[in-house]
Write a new protein. Structure first.
Ligand code: CO
Length: 134
């Protein structure tokens, strides 16, 4: 069911510093920072030959990554995103097999303008999983 690895997301406290480290120390191609108030984060994308890294910095008072950064003050891997061909079919199959879909269970438009859903980390070995319509 799952296809390509779309991105790995890393939560950071200082996105400009993180972007600079990826650009200068690691020599990666790095996008500008984009505030996404509807998602409570600012994002930067690191373009790799085979996938992307998504840097996330909290934005606003109730950012969905604020608690994660309280638990992980140095930042850390927040989620991985797999592509699926049909997000509704994927959701229904996952639910039928007992996986917990977070939120309302209805896909939301994610940071890349495509429908996404998040799956409970306890069902996937401690890793928050995002699925995105390819
Ligand atoms: Co993501």
């Amino acid at each position: 069911m799952i296809g390509r690895l779309n991105h790995v997301a890393i939560a950071v406290r200082d996105i400009e510093k993180a972007a600079r480290t990826y650009r200068e120390t690691l020599g990666a191609e790095v996008s500008d920072a984009v505030p996404q108030p509807e998602h409570g984060v600012t994002t930067v994308f690191i373009m790799l030959p085979n996938t992307k890294i998504e840097l996330l910095e909290p934005l606003g008072a109730d950012s969905p990554i604020a608690k994660f950064l309280e638990r992980n003050p140095d930042g850390g891997m927040h989620h991985i995103c797999y592509e699926v061909d049909d997000i509704i079919a994927a959701r229904d199959k996952l639910k039928a097999q007992g996986a917990r879909v977070l939120g309302t269970g209805e896909p939301r438009i994610g940071a890349h303008g495509k429908p996404v859903l998040f799956l409970h980390p306890k069902d996937f070995f401690g890793t928050l999983v995002e699925i995105e319509q390819a």
